[in-house]
Design a protein. Structure first.
Length: 352
């Protein structure tokens, strides 16, 4: 995950902005920059608990070779540099939230609602959701549906929900290790279960986890969860098969299962936009969708000849911002400026 800290706005409440960007991947982040150059304020919604999108989730350490003027850069470093670049524009982030509904108000503006009860009013919307929403992979555990949302969770939306809980975390990736480290101080008891000794997480996180085990602050078991015990949605224990083939019950009142993520179109499919091959149709002048005032850039956008490249998304964001300008400032004339010669833009970008 990127080291640049981003403060997420607490869920809930009603907010106002110029443009809502759905998706905090590289293209969504660069859209903040292009909008900012035109004096347009933005808020970003993303279902993940950190910016970066696919770059962070799928290839944080793999080299990206087609960013102009940069020979090679990792997904994590690209995300970090984009966050630094957009810092002067003060974008607000709504992380760990999914945009579930959009509708037009009587005033002609858009209202975006999230699954966490957040409402944002805006003049325009930019969908930059990559291949879609990241959705957790459900574990192949019989009867897990009966416990979901009450004692079995696939993400941590509110850390305080898990204070004083007897928690089992299942998984071996960054999410499992990160939340093991973050929840240990507030949990009554915490146990990490993974099917093997090796982890897919950052080495530093693995080292810190083992230090907590050695200090007796958490338990770690090599096993696979095979079943759940409990009644009325409340888990009491997980039944796991150890590496020796023994079936063992580990008591708990909360299970956090981090089995990876999958990409789905999600609620965007219900926004009433024209779709082609599960992607959003746009024009190539403004990257506007079939619904005036809603734009789409990046991998989610479809048009003839579309290439799913980050650099294509950067280009699309520039044109999108010019299209959004007329919804944000309907009475203003857009004056195109080059950052190389416009002193005002240079001061704005530098934060001076």
């Amino acid at each position: 995950m990127p080291q640049t800290m981003v403060t997420s706005v607490p869920p809930g409440g009603v907010h106002d902005t110029d443009v809502v960007i759905i998706g905090a991947g590289p293209v969504g982040l660069f859209a903040v920059f292009e909008l900012g150059l035109l004096g347009i304020k933005a808020r970003i919604i993303d279902i993940l608990d950190h910016p970066g999108g696919q770059c962070i989730e799928l290839y944080p350490e793999k080299p990206i070779l087609d960013i102009p003027a940069i020979k090679s850069i990792s997904g994590a470093d690209l995300t970090k540099q984009l966050l630094v670049q957009i810092e002067p524009f003060g974008a607000e982030f709504h992380l760990n939230e999914m945009a579930t509904e959009v509708h037009k108000t009587e005033s002609g503006k858009w209202r975006v609602t999230t699954d966490m009860g957040t409402t944002i009013n805006c003049a325009a919307i930019c969908i930059a959701a990559g291949g879609g929403s990241f959705q957790p992979k459900k574990p192949p555990i019989p009867g897990v549906d009966d416990y979901e949302g009450q004692s079995v969770f696939y993400a941590v939306r509110k850390r305080e929900m898990f204070e004083g809980k007897d928690i089992i975390i299942a998984g071996g990736g960054d999410s499992a290790l990160d939340w093991t480290l973050n929840l240990q101080p507030i949990a009554k008891k915490l146990t990490l279960i993974h099917r093997r000794q090796d982890f897919r997480a950052a080495p530093d996180s693995v080292e810190k986890m083992h230090a907590l085990v050695d200090a007796g602050k958490i338990e770690f078991h090599i096993a696979q969860i095979k079943g759940l015990k409990g009644e009325n949605g409340q888990i009491e224990a997980v039944t796991s098969e150890t590496k020796d083939g023994e079936m063992v019950d580990y008591p708990c009142d909360t299970l956090l299962a981090f089995y990876g993520l999958t990409m789905k179109l999600g609620p965007i499919a219900d926004f009433g936009l024209n779709l082609t091959e599960n992607r959003v149709e746009v024009d190539t002048e403004k990257f506007e969708t079939s619904e005036p005032g809603i734009f789409c850039v990046g991998d989610m956008a479809w048009y003839p000849g579309k290439l799913k490249l980050i650099l294509s998304g950067f280009h699309e964001s520039a044109l999108m911002s010019h299209g959004a300008f007329h919804y944000v400032f309907p009475d203003k004339k857009l004056k195109f400026q080059h950052t190389t010669s416009a002193k005002g833009l240079q001061e704005q970008v530098s934060g001076e």
